[in-house]
Write a protein that binds this ligand. Structure first.
Ligand code: URA
Length: 241
């Protein structure tokens, strides 16, 4: 017996959270009956349909992409723009683990394993993400300390961050920093720097958890190794999918 949302996520259709939304929206049927409440348990004999299409078990696949600038991080786009999914030819229905902005580059994981995505995105896991940030202006120690200790964005204070100044360039009036955070709020890095008066000019995610860009040029990707997948699952000490 497994929870319905987990079975849907494992089928590769959506992350666990998206699967919960699908259920709440009344788009999921078990043996022909719409199920709207969360937590219902099913067996592998039950016939599960999402939007009247039966779900099936897919092979689980895991990719690490060096996302280029000018590509959106979603599965489909109503404006028909290129998405990160277009960069990885595979038959499984993969989706990105979290988001990077259109103009942000760097580490992006993609998978059809909802449990894996859920582990990395869950706030309780405090998975670290390191960004290289180029800003307009010469930043000083007081602003850096403010960023480290927390700034208010969207009405809520950010958690402690590691912020290191790497370079200042008086000629171009820019500064380069590395920032490590474990939250994943919308446009978080850009909003953090805006809050102390420095617009972000360039943003690259250099690392997420154990994953970095070693060996990957912009637009290139690789499969994760079984060991890397196991390390992610080890964050979930109590259970394994
Ligand atoms: N913070 C941002 O502002 N943008 C990103 O793409 C990632 C983190």
């Amino acid at each position: 017996m497994e929870r319905l949302q987990k079975v849907i996520a494992n089928s590769g259709i959506a992350s666990r959270r998206k699967a919960e939304d699908l259920i709440k929206e009344g788009r999921v049927k078990v043996n022909g009956i719409i199920i709207k409440e969360l937590g219902v348990k099913v067996t592998n004999k039950d016939i599960i349909k999402v939007d009247d299409k039966q779900i099936s078990k897919e092979n689980k696949v895991y990719y690490l992409l060096n996302k280029p600038r000018g590509i959106i991080t979603s599965v489909t786009d109503d404006k028909m723009r290129k998405t990160v999914i277009d960069l990885i030819p595979c038959k499984e229905r993969i989706y990105p683990v979290g988001r990077l902005d259109y103009d942000t580059t760097g580490v992006l994981l993609l998978t059809n394993d909802g449990e894996f995505a859920n582990i990395l995105m869950h706030p309780s896991k405090e998975v670290e993400k390191t960004y290289i940030v180029k800003i307009k202006g010469i930043i000083k120690g007081d602003s850096i300390n403010t960023l480290k200790n927390g700034v208010i964005i969207d009405g809520k204070i950010t958690e402690q961050a590691k912020v290191k100044l790497r370079k200042t360039d008086y000629k171009t009036n820019t500064s380069l920093l590395s920032v490590t955070i474990h939250e994943g709020r919308n446009h978080q890095i850009k909003k953090m720097f805006e809050s102390v008066g420095f617009p972000v000019l360039k943003l690259k995610r250099e690392r997420e958890f154990i994953f970095d860009l070693k060996g990957l040029k912009s637009g290139e990707y690789r499969r994760l190794t079984p060991k890397e997948v196991a390390i992610v699952y080890s964050l979930n000490k109590n259970k394994r999918a």
